[in-house]
Design a protein around this ligand. Structure first.
Ligand SMILES: NC(=O)c1ccc[n+]([C@@H]2O[C@H](COP(=O)([O-])OP(=O)(O)OC[C@H]3O[C@@H](n4cnc5c(N)ncnc54)[C@H](OP(=O)(O)O)[C@@H]3O)[C@@H](O)[C@H]2O)c1
Length: 307
């Protein structure tokens, strides 16, 4: 059995945070959660309150942790992206991460690991290009709101490079599980036989099954070699068409619909280009190099349990 660690999670009430808290508790780790004042403390965890908006974090409660896993941030897929929503998305990640990391630099006993969420959105719109952690950031033409956001979000962790703390920036692909995220939104539509190819369907989607995501995060807690940007994606990204067809097949339905790009842009605005039509073919080079073994590396395996 691996060593039990003292871990603090922010965003523990969310899709990934709640799944990860339960997983890590079941694996024998001791969990606490960093909760915004006024919100309730998720089950299984001890709450530490902060008020990022007011710039308040309690220093002494953060001393001596093995790891902080920072997942908090306003939800990206809900609602239309107007300037107010984009500001909330941006501040809840860049400002709050900045605040937290700067507080950590003042600790007598800083955490051994600061693991911050980021996303494959970092890479921008890259067509068929194979992308690893070493790929260059997107050119001006490939950039968009999400890549700018991820660049700033990751930059907010850089101050910790001056501390003994190991810093990991997890560039997550779309996490697949019927327990939440994109699959829980798509399943009812696909079960009605209304699953559709989006745009041309040739754009690449980088995804990871929730089970592998949870295992890979725990692997990162222990693997000292992993630092800096780390892609959390299956080694086999799929095209959007392949994704739609495999999901439809998994729930025993046909998928013969397609939604053209112009329609998606009209219906969802900027969000459609950034989340639905964007092409990112990402490879988890660092996880593979350090010996992590994916158990659900293909969509067929990831969708095997769907009913
Ligand atoms: N799910 C995916 O497929 C995916 C893919 C790529 C990247 N990510 C990133 O991974 C992180 C976790 O994703 P998730 O799917 O678990 O997200 P989620 O379900 O939306 O949960 C995010 C959590 O962040 C906190 N939060 C919400 N609004 C906030 C605000 N305005 N200011 C500060 N904190 C706020 C909440 O936790 P508390 O109430 O406990 O504070 C919430 O439960 C996010 O940063 C997301 O961008 C997720």
């Amino acid at each position: 059995l691996s060593k039990s660690l003292k871990v603090l999670i922010s965003g523990a009430s969310g899709f990934l945070g709640s799944s990860l808290s339960s997983y890590l508790v079941a694996r024998g780790h001791s969990l606490s959660s960093l909760v915004r004042e006024g919100n309730s403390v998720p089950e299984n965890t001890k709450g530490i309150f902060w008020n990022p908006h007011g710039g308040k974090v309690s220093l002494h409660q953060l001393n001596g942790l093995d790891a902080i896993i920072h997942l908090a941030g306003a939800n990206i897929s809900h609602g239309r992206w107007n300037s107010k929503k984009k500001k909330v998305i941006f501040l809840s990640r860049v400002r709050d991460t900045w605040l937290l990391t700067h507080v950590l630099t003042r600790l007598k006993y800083p955490p051994a690991l600061f693991f911050s969420a980021s996303a494959v959105g970092y890479y921008g719109n890259r067509g068929d290009q194979l992308l690893t952690e070493d790929s260059s950031p997107p050119s001006k033409e490939a950039r968009g709101f999400l890549s700018e956001l991820c660049v700033q979000w990751e930059r907010a962790t850089e101050v910790l490079e001056t501390c003994p703390t190991r810093v990991v920036r997890g560039r997550f692909g779309v996490v697949l599980s019927e327990r939440g995220g994109i699959i829980s939104q798509l399943l009812p539509i696909f079960k009605l036989g209304c699953g559709a190819v989006l745009g041309k369907g040739t754009q690449w989607m980088s995804w990871i099954a929730l089970e592998d995501f949870l295992r890979a995060v725990e692997f990162t807690l222990h693997c000292q070699e992993l630092r800096g940007a780390v892609n959390f994606t299956s080694p086999y990204p799929s095209t959007q068409r392949e994704f739609t067809q495999t999901l439809a097949q998994a729930v025993h339905r046909f998928s013969f619909l397609s939604l053209p790009s112009w329609f998606l842009r009209l219906a969802y605005g900027e969000k459609s280009s950034e989340l639905l039509l964007i092409s990112q073919r990402v490879i988890p080079q660092k996880l593979l190099n350090t010996g992590f073994i994916f158990s659900q590396d293909t969509l067929l395996k990831a969708f095997r349990h769907l009913k």
